[in-house]
Design a protein around this ligand. Sequence first.
Ligand SMILES: [Zn+2]
Length: 182
Amino acid sequence: MMVTTHVAAGLLLAVSVATFAPDFAIPAAIGAIIGGILPDIDFFIGAHRRTLHFPVYYTVAGGSVGLITIMTPSSLTVGITVGLLTAGIHSLSDWFGAGEELRPWERTSQRAVYIHPRQQWLRPQYVIRYDGAPEDLALTFALAVPAALTFDGWLRAIVIIGIVIAGGYTITRKYIPRWLEL
Ligand SMILES: [Zn+2]
């Protein structure tokens, strides 16, 4: 799935924070943006879908910090909780996409995401056929709409820019491997 889809999924968490604890809406949104992007930095450094993708650890850590946050909520704890949970959802949801290959529509990779505690790769499920597929763009859009309606100012601008980037990525997705190989 596209990084914008992952960020949008996290922003949905931030929307629920904004609904029940409006004071923490902004730290929650910042946590969602960072947590949505962070795992995919391993595309550039280390092993993609392994070095910074932790389906289990992010989620467990997010749940644990979440308990602390419920007892002593602060901007920092809310931001970290939403960030960890978003990174966990990101890592886990990559399982439902394609493998970690450059041309994921070819379906030659059996590696969707690495499960560190079991030391094994999960096989791609292709519910979203590949990152930047039309259904991925539809998912970005559907997940981002509540955030675009809830937030205003610069946050709303970021959400809208994210949707536009996702559209551009979707249109150009199949050319990207050629550009990377230049
Ligand atoms: Zn990812």
